[in-house]
Design a protein around this ligand. Sequence first.
Ligand SMILES: *Cc1c(COP(=O)(O)O)cnc(C)c1O
Length: 405
Amino acid sequence: MTDQHPVSRETFDEVMAPNYAPAAMIPVRGEGSRVWDQDGREYIDLAGGIAVNCLGHCHPVLTEALQQQGNQLWHLSNVYTNEPALKLAQQLVDATFAEKVFFANSGAEANEAALKLARRFALENFGEDKDQIISFKDGFHGRTFFTVTVGGQTAYSDGFGPKPGAIEHGVFNDLSSLQALISDRTCAVMVEPLQGEGGVIPATAEFINGVRALCNKHNALLIFDEVQTGVGRTGDLYAYMGTDVVPDILTTAKSLGGGFPIAAMLTTTKIASSLKVGTHGSTYGGNPLACAVASAVLSEVNNETTLSGVAQREQWFRDALEAINQKHHVFAEVRGQGLLLGAVLSEQYQGRARDFLVAAVAEGVMMLVAGANVIRFAPALNIEKADIDEAFARIERAVAAVVNG
Ligand SMILES: *Cc1c(COP(=O)(O)O)cnc(C)c1O
């Protein structure tokens, strides 16, 4: 059965805005942690759609949830509430510190809501001078103009005209840099418990405890951006559960929908009370299709089997990377937590993460980079041992190809 595809990679250059540079092949089908392209070539997916496909491709429980809801009710807007949204909100409240939930469609939108809420809350409770937002260099919070300005790479926010104001950046894992910036004027501190895009860098316990203490001292809200770390990725349902601190606001997206676009902002009743009727909203936020799928994702992930399986798989990944390194000496270290891991390239291979990525695709493995020096892995939380073994046999060939020029 040959399928004549009327579109090709050239079509991308013809009709798509040029802000992405996708790979040469076009995936057309996925099952578990395997993906097939237009030519029927098979790949092992260790990228997971950038920490999104947490249960792999076309997981039968998620497909069933989507089909059932697809035959029931697709969309209403927030003029009405709906059962899947209420059910999912209840699940999130039961599973976390949160008492209230706001739904959005992407990580950036959930962060936008968190930042707007923090400003509102400060205005209502402390007055208009309390407007400063502090985040950290190399942090990533999305691409809306507010969130990209809060993000810690000016290269992403420059060139779009005047930026939202009262935003300052400290140095991640350097508490003294936050101490120097924070004051009673600070309304919120936004931080990733483990920087993903910034290079797969875990926050130290000392740093995260210190950030919480400084926020308490200055009545600033602590916002955890768990868009990448959330929904089982680190081995806890949310990364904050593996620390000694609880944030005031938490944002979650990516894995929450397992591939269906959805995001949520979680907070307390007291803080949420500043989002009065009409202050914020979204046409699609809380869409029944998205919420039905996310409900199924949460049920599948938030159990001992899946969460303890993440730690087991982390060890398999670390062992496989160590074995490759014994042979080829390409990594300086492997860092990260759970199934969000970064292999940092050694001195000799600085700046060449993309070369390894391209070589891996040629061998049939999908990986990610996090900057020019880090190869990032964010596979499905349920990836099978056989897929990991086969993937690293292929990666070993890819690494050898790069090493041997
Ligand atoms: C991916 C990401 C975002 C942005 O999410 P989008 O769904 O692309 O808007 C925000 N924060 C973190 C930590 C992320 O990894």
